[in-house]
Design a protein around this ligand. Structure first.
Ligand code: NAD
Length: 470
């Protein structure tokens, strides 16, 4: 699959303008909300393992500082540029507003293909980039808090946290300078899975409205829906896994090297194990190989989840897309023009700023945990379990019936950190979909426009209530 280079910030702003037309807000305020507040560009040297020096380029965009800290991932990708980082930062502003996460929007990027560097080189790149952000006051638990994105993960987040802690000795809230850390380094249980799990909740919510499904000729519920997922990284893997557990049939999975298809469904974990063993998704027993990842997008299916890259559904292939529901796991996988053509055909697009908001939601929980310096559930878990036990004993005394050991354990067990995080994530995704659907129906707009109407309205009221400095 080749990705067409399409200026991404202009795409986001097309969505913004479409939604803004439904809002009665002053043009100046809309222009301020839309503008990217600042972009930091940096070039720094990397001493490679062979002793040569290479110049590395990076960016950090803070799209909106109407709330602080700003929040957004750091990606390591070979084609990234300032326009893309600004667009992704803007999406973060709207995403945070939509799911009531109290942050402004930001995004960072380092223009490298991580596959071309050793682990020690990646560590030096990450630490130096962190230093550059720190030196410009662009990193800190109350300023700007990065997270993983395309090409980065918990390992890089731990390096960022360690570098920040070294540069800011005694900073008691240092752990909160970045999210997506390993659980043993201040991360929160459930963060790694959160974006993909959120994608699943988004799809589940969309499928539960019988009349919306009937309009597309589909039965209500996720059960038995044929699903194609592109990208088996953090978002795609977890989305595929939870969709499969939730009753969806994963008929195809696509990665860089190609795709595989099985009408009866693929076992996601077995495919991942096969890819780990052989280095490729292709050749999976019982599945048909498809030469390119792009072709998988065009397969006959009910649900398509592009969860790898931006601009994969464009004017060039939109006519061949057959899914009735598209869940944007990745940021910006559909161009604005292709999006309009799909909507005209009656396709339900669950937009990125809602569909992949599970990641920043749980990042928010991680940041709160870091500032509180205590794991969720530590204080109340046992108290809750003892209370449950007392209630059960009282009920047994009244009825003369005793619970089995298994039923007793299930009835007394209280939530630990992971259960609380998952509960908070589910509540966030369910509540946000319900809000979006009300706007969608009331205004007669598509879900993306409803999402932008919701988000712009919230950012506008923040500006209106706080006032404008000076
Ligand atoms: P990742 O690096 O973990 O995974 C990306 C995967 O896509 C990799 O496995 C890569 O091999 C694969 N890929 C690359 N080119 C491909 C192609 N042509 N066809 C199929 N697969 C291809 O990245 P991620 O964190 O999963 O991010 C994916 C997308 O989701 C990005 O758009 C990112 O901005 C967005 N996102 C991520 C998070 C998060 O929490 N990680 C949150 C919100 C949004």
């Amino acid at each position: 699959m080749t990705t067409t280079h399409i200026p991404m910030f202009a795409q986001v702003n097309k969505y913004f303008d479409k939604a803004a037309a439904h809002l009665d807000l002053p043009p100046g305020l809309l222009a301020q909300i839309k503008a990217c507040n600042s972009v930091f560009r940096v070039s720094f040297p990397l001493k490679r393992d062979d002793g040569t020096i290479e110049v590395i380029n990076g960016w950090r965009a803070q799209h909106s500082v109407h709330r602080l800290p700003t929040k957004g991932g750091i990606r390591f990708a070979p084609q990234v540029d300032e326009d893309e980082v600004s667009a992704l930062a803007a999406l973060m502003t709207y995403k945070c507003a939509l799911v009531d996460v109290p942050f402004g929007g930001a995004k960072g990027a380092v223009r490298i293909d991580p596959g071309n560097y050793s682990v020690t080189e990646l560590e030096r790149i990450t630490r130096r980039f962190t230093y550059e952000l720190f030196a410009k006051n662009l990193l800190g638990p109350g300023l700007d808090v990065p997270a993983p994105d395309y090409g980065t993960g918990p390992r890089e987040m731990a390096w960022i946290m360690d570098t920040f802690s070294t540069l800011a000795p005694g900073s008691i809230d240092a752990l909160g300078c970045v999210t997506g850390k390993p659980v043993t380094q201040g991360g929160v249980r459930g963060r790694a899975e959160a974006t993909g799990r959120g994608v699943y909740f988004a799809l589940r919510e969309a499928c539960c409205y019988g009349e919306d499904m009937a309009a597309m000729g589909l039965a209500p519920g996720l059960d038995g829906k044929r699903v194609v997922v592109q990208g088996l990284g953090n978002v795609g893997y977890h989305a595929a896994k939870y969709i499969q557990e939730g009753g969806g049939v994963i008929v195809a999975l696509a990665e860089r090297e190609g795709a595989i298809y099985s009408a009866s469904g693929l076992d996601v974990d077995a495919v991942v194990a096969h890819r780990k063993d052989t280095g490729s998704i292709l050749g999976f027993s019982g599945a048909r190989d498809i030469a390119t990842s792009g072709e998988a997008l065009e397969l006959e299916c009910d649900v398509l989840v592009p969860a790898a890259l931006e601009n994969v559904i464009t004017g060039g292939n939109v006519d061949r897309i057959r899914a009735m529901i598209i869940v944007e796991g990745a940021n910006g996988p559909i161009t604005a023009d292709a999006s309009e053509l799909l909507l005209a055909r009656g396709t339900l697009i669950i937009p990125d700023i809602y569909a992949n908001a599970g990641g920043v939601t749980v990042s928010y929980f991680e940041w709160v945990k870091n500032l509180s310096h205590m794991r969720f559930g530590r204080m109340e878990k046992r108290f809750q379990e003892h209370t449950n036990e007392k209630i059960i004993r009282a009920a047994e005394g009244l009825t003369g019936q005793m619970l089995s050991d298994t039923a007793r354990r299930a009835a007394t067990e209280a939530a630990g950190e992971e259960e609380l995080v998952n509960s908070g994530l589910e509540e966030t995704m369910v509540a946000a979909y319900a809000e979006l659907r009300v706007i969608q129906k009331d205004r007669g707009v598509d879900l993306r426009t409803a999402a932008f109407i919701n988000a712009i309205g919230k950012v506008a009221s923040a500006y209106t209530q706080r006032g404008i400095f000076p």
